[in-house]
Design a protein around this ligand. Structure first.
Ligand code: FES
Ligand SMILES: [Fe+2]
Length: 389
């Protein structure tokens, strides 16, 4: 199928991309569970257990993630993750409570330790033994303000060992550590977080984030303009797409932070715009002043949760760096969420488009879109290869 009256070489290019981005099966892809995913903000797990969902059971290899996971903190504040299913009557453990270092089921009060073993039954008779039932525990880490979870089948992988909570588990070398967000605690960066909950497959979200030509959608928020794809680097784990773009923001004076609130203060100027799909997450830089992460928690084929974190850099203010650390921390904390309106606005617009794409796919999975951005061919190639590993 040809796309129209275009010069042959260009037409062929479009044709190839059309075929590559055919939605035929990319919207059904599972995840590669042998990576660290983000399942919650640190602050979301306090004294009560919290239930989270990370991909559905059927799409993962036998013995891998079950989907529903209970997160809780022990008496020292250490985070743990267990299958969210009491082995007694199969209700959710996340509806229970934490007693000391154990998770207690709400129904009959059975308690489980952090290895997933039944540690107490309140009505156990003298002549009865504790049930030998055991539920799955997941490697989990708290790092850079987020809770990272490894849903892979750690015991059957080969290669280096995965260190977590004192336990040594086996996995391949690709994902030993969570990607991390080094700017989270760095005094020179102001963070804003927006939570994305969209009714769409994760591939739509990643494609949205990697296709900077969609600045058109956000014109009213003045985030960036006139993107142009210059180059793509790719390997088995990541895609780096290098664009140039016009940025509206320049954070070179302390009052420039107010550009985040007042669009009238912004001026267009050219900046490099780099976006990277570091499977399974995304990270981007716009010039020297902005860095954005999107940390993914795919739920199932039509639901994706993600955390979008926007950092404004204070690196240009060398005078500020000479001030006491407590004051710099005060500035950082006071300005937390400075870009909230901007970020939430961008997310709202993106989610609407992504969900419309998902709906169109569900109505007619055979129908193809037309695509011109070759970065998306690379992105889909990486998703496919990772999901089949
Ligand atoms: S269902 Fe959990 S203790 Fe009975
Ligand atoms: Fe967007």
């Amino acid at each position: 199928m040809k796309c129209g009256l275009l010069p042959p070489s260009f037409e062929d290019t479009i044709l190839n991309i059309c075929q590559c981005v055919s939605p035929n099966d990319i919207r059904q892809l599972g995840i590669n569970p042998n990576h660290w995913y983000v399942v919650a903000l640190s602050g979301e797990v306090k004294t009560q257990p919290v239930g989270v969902m990370l991909w559905k059971q059927a799409m993962l290899p036998k013995g891998a993630a079950q989907g529903a996971i209970a997160l809780y903190r022990d008496s020292k504040g250490q985070i743990h993750a267990l299958e969210d299913r009491c082995p007694h009557r199969l209700v959710k453990l996340s509806h229970g409570q934490v007693i000391g270092d154990e998770l207690e089921c709400a129904y009959h009060g059975w308690r489980f330790n952090d290895r997933g073993e039944c540690a107490a039954v309140p009505y156990l008779a003298d002549n009865q033994k504790l049930p030998s039932c055991k539920i799955r525990r997941y490697p989990v880490k708290e790092q850079d303000g987020f809770i990272w979870l490894f849903p892979g089948n750690v015991e059957t992988r080969h290669g280096a060992s995965l260190q977590t909570d004192g336990a040594s588990l086996q996995t391949d070398g690709a994902s030993l550590q969570p990607m991390g967000v080094p700017e989270w605690h760095h005094l020179n960066y102001i963070a804003t977080v927006s939570v994305i909950n969209c009714n769409a497959h994760y591939s739509y979200l990643i494609e949205n984030l990697m296709d900077m030509y969609h600045g058109h959608l956000h014109e009213d928020y003045q985030a960036w303009a006139e993107a142009s794809l210059e180059d793509i680097d790719e390997d088995a784990h990541r895609i780096d797409a290098h664009y140039t773009a016009q940025s509206y923001y320049k954070i070179d004076k302390i009052w420039s932070i107010s550009q985040l609130f007042f669009p009238a203060l912004r001026r267009l100027h050219p900046e490099p715009l780099d976006v990277s799909y570091v499977y399974p997450h995304w990270v981007s830089t716009l010039g020297k002043d902005f860095k954005i992460y999107c940390l993914l928690c795919p739920v199932n084929e039509t639901q994706t949760k993600a955390y979008l974190i926007h950092f404004t850099s204070l690196n240009a203010f060398w005078r500020l760096h000479k001030l006491p650390v407590w004051f710099r921390r005060f500035v950082k904390n006071s300005l937390f969420g400075a870009a909230q309106k901007l970020l939430d606005g961008l997310v709202r617009q993106d989610v609407q488009m992504i969900e419309e794409e998902q709906q169109a796919y569900l109505q007619n999975p055979q129908r193809r879109g037309y695509e011109l951005n070759r970065a998306l061919v690379s992105v889909q190639r990486l998703m496919r290869s990772q999901s089949h590993l």
